[in-house]
Ligand binder design. Sequence first.
Ligand SMILES: [Zn+2]
Length: 108
Amino acid sequence: MKTKWCNKCKNDKSVDDFNKNGSNKTGLSDWCRECNRNRSAKLREKDRNAYNNKLQEYRRKRMLNPKYREKMRIYRENIKHLSKAKRGEISTTKKKEKPIFASKLKII
Ligand SMILES: [Zn+2]
């Protein structure tokens, strides 16, 4: 069995465990498949963290914007109103229930 030394995990592994890499003089990657996989998983993780940090920063900045806060206030009130209307709908399931809150919601 032909083996190759992995520069990452410092192990002698079968050449089958290495990806082909044309830019290398051996024609094989310096790292075994497993090490390559670990590395890309780590990179993805790093990317995700960077993305989350950016998103957090964006949200934080957005909350400093009075226009946005006003929008959110209206949005929350809409939600409150909607759930109230829904609750009202449930408790008054006797005769007429739909025209009242449908028209109220249009105003907001
Ligand atoms: Zn390795």
